[in-house]
Design a protein around this ligand. Structure first.
Ligand code: ZN
Length: 161
C-alpha cells in the first residue's frame, strides 16, 4: 500500500550534512516507525515519502525551511551561571532542558565563562541542509489507538504502560 495520511511507515534512514558527515541514522534491524501526515517528521521529508511503497529507496535533500527551520540569532541568550541548576559541570556543546509554560525546550551551551553562560535555543539542525537516504521497509494502516494518540505503538514507536 502507498504511504498516505494515517499510514504507519517503517523506514531505515541515514542523515548526512553537506560535507557528507553522518548526523543521525536508524539502527540496523530497528527501523524508525512513524505516523504519516501528522507532523511527526520534518515537512520536507514527509512530503517526499507520500505515495511511496514498501521497498522504495529514495534520496531526499531538505532545505532548512522544510527541515528544522532557519537559524534564528534571536534565540541566542546569555544567562547568569547561577541560573543553571542541577548541572555540576557546564561545557560548550552540552544540551540543557528548559521548562516553561510551553513545555520543554532544548538549549545548547555555546560558551561558558566565569559568571555567565551563552545558550542557543535553535534546534541543533536549524539552518542546515539535510540529506536523507531512506528505504521504506513497511507500510500499514494505523490502529484506532495509534490514531487517537497521534503516534505509533510497538517496535520503532512509542512504548507506554
Ligand atoms: Zn500512545
Amino acid at each position: 500500500m502507498p504511504v498516505a495520511r494515517n499510514s504507519v511507515v517503517l523506514i531505515h534512514y541515514k542523515l548526512t550534512n553537506d560535507a557528507g558527515e553522518v548526523l543521525d541514522q536508524s539502527e540496523k534491524d530497528s527501523p524508525l516507525a512513524y505516523l504519516h501526515g501528522r507532523g511527526n517528521l520534518i515537512p520536507g521529508l514527509e512530503r517526499e515519502l507520500e505515495g511511496k511503497q514498501s521497498g522504495d529507496k529514495l534520496k531526499v535533500t531538505v532545505a532548512p525551511a522544510d527541515g528544522y527551520g532557519e537559524y534564528d540569532k534571536d534565540l541566542l541568550q546569555s544567562v547568569p551561571r547561577s541560573a543553571i541548576q542541577g548541572v555540576a559541570e557546564i561545557e560548550p556543546g552540552m544540551q540543557l532542558q528548559a521548562r516553561s509554560d510551553e513545555g520543554v525546550r532544548m538549549l545548547t551551551v555555546v560558551e561558558v565563562d566565569s559568571d555567565s553562560v551563552k545558550l542557543d535555543g535553535n534546534h541543533p539542525l536549524a539552518g542546515k541542509t539535510l540529506h536523507f537516504d531512506v528505504e521504506i521497509e513497511d507500510v500499514r494502516d494505523a490502529t484506532k489507538e495509534e490514531l487517537s494518540h497521534g503516534h505509533v505503538h510497538g517496535p520503532g514507536g512509542h512504548h507506554h504502560h
